[in-house]
Design a protein around this ligand. Structure first.
Ligand code: SF4
Length: 359
């Protein structure tokens, strides 16, 4: 039996069948799941997926919404460019495709934020199209099974992996394969059997032809990326409290946390009271909160947060800004670490004098 047929047959017997985005051919629902699942685990995605669909049940509901209304349904999932592209994409489908999802993988791949693999997955699940996928998990399966060395993120390795993926569906191979089962099978195999650490080769449907298994090279394939030290950045954050409310600023888009609400930032080396005055606010009590770090794809951010009770609110700021109480904060899209910080402060009742003042 060929590679694709073995994977599809395995998926039908042993794969996952009850995920909320399975058992539908609606490209909107499939597309949403594929975008949410990029760099994010299934268990994390499920509640977000259901909440998102509850608010935006179809493409037209999403296209008609303001981006501002979409972000709270993504806040906490990270990689916010995905949400902005999703929204833009819905508007493009309405304006350029008459509100109908494009009919094949190559047309889907022209939409904002949709790469070749995601387009192929949507087309396979929605239309049964014979287009191969090649996401991170699938690269691992292919690199091991076909014994392909080289960093899979490098162009030349990627070209070889895509060529192999095409070959599994070329004339004579995988001719009668159920594309939805094959595509899901590759995903399931990468997520549950051919896993990053120790693959469970004894349960693998393609173990008899696997080169990594034959040669005992599972640990060295795929070739790990050459590690570069992640750059470090530092910032100060101001939690300005006035009249029981905290000041939020909307982050510029595109950019880190673009389109989300966050706290005003300032140069971490500067004095918080001075940063406060620079915003036009009159600082009263100033407290330093516990510092924390957050890892982004390309750098690590170290944050020094300062809680400042202001006697006079700033008159105007460059970016859109708003004052929120606890209920207001619950309604806006905040990055996960900022959400944690703000919720902690509101839970403590916006203290006036219980914290040790900054030295
Ligand atoms: S035999 Fe092992 S290493 Fe090879 S594809 Fe299957 S799980 Fe991965």
């Amino acid at each position: 039996m060929d590679f694709a047929t073995r994977i599809a047959a395995w998926q039908q017997r042993h794969g996952r069948h009850d995920l909320p985005w399975q058992n539908t051919r609606d490209p909107y629902r499939i597309w949403l799941s594929e975008i949410m699942l990029q760099q994010t685990q299934v268990g994390t995605v499920i509640p977000y997926y259901e909440r998102f669909l509850g608010r935006f049940p179809d493409l037209h509901a999403l296209a008609a919404a303001d981006q501002e209304a979409v972000m709270p349904y993504w806040a906490g999932l990270g990689y916010y460019a995905r949400a902005r592209n999703l929204h833009r994409c819905a508007q493009v489908i309405v304006s350029d495709w008459g509100g109908r999802f494009p009919p094949d993988a190559s047309a889907i791949a022209t939409l904002p934020g949709i790469g070749r693999s995601t387009a192929a997955a949507i087309a396979a699940f929605a239309y049964g199209e014979r287009s191969p996928i090649m996401d991170g998990n699938v690269k691992r399966v292919f690199a091991r099974h076909f014994g392909i060395a080289g960093d899979p993120a490098r162009r030349e390795t990627e070209i070889r992996l895509w060529a192999l993926a095409d070959a599994q569906l070329a004339d004579g191979a995988g001719q009668a394969v159920d594309m939805a089962a094959y595509t899901q099978g590759l995903m399931d195999l990468g997520a549950t059997v051919c896993v990053r650490g120790k693959p469970r080769c004894e349960r693998c449907p393609v173990n008899e032809t696997c080169i990594a298994r034959r040669d005992g090279r599972q640990a060295e394939l795929p070739t790990p990326k050459a590690r570069k030290a992640s750059p470090e950045r530092r910032t100060g954050m101001l939690l300005l409290q006035h009249d029981g409310k905290l000041l939020l600023e909307r982050r510029p888009s595109p950019g880190i946390w673009g389109g989300l609400w966050s706290l005003p930032e300032f140069d971490a080396g500067l004095d918080a009271a001075a940063a406060c005055k620079a915003l036009g606010a009159a600082p009263g009590a100033v407290f330093e909160l516990a510092a924390f770090s957050h890892t982004f794809t390309h750098f690590r951010l170290h944050v020094r947060p300062w809680y400042v009770v202001v006697s006079q609110a700033p008159a105007a700021l460059e970016r859109p800004w708003r004052w929120v109480d606890a209920a207001g904060a619950a309604d806006v899209a905040l990055p996960a670490p900022v959400r944690k910080l703000i919720d902690g402060l509101f839970a403590a009742g916006l203290p006036q004098d219980v914290m040790a003042p900054a030295a």
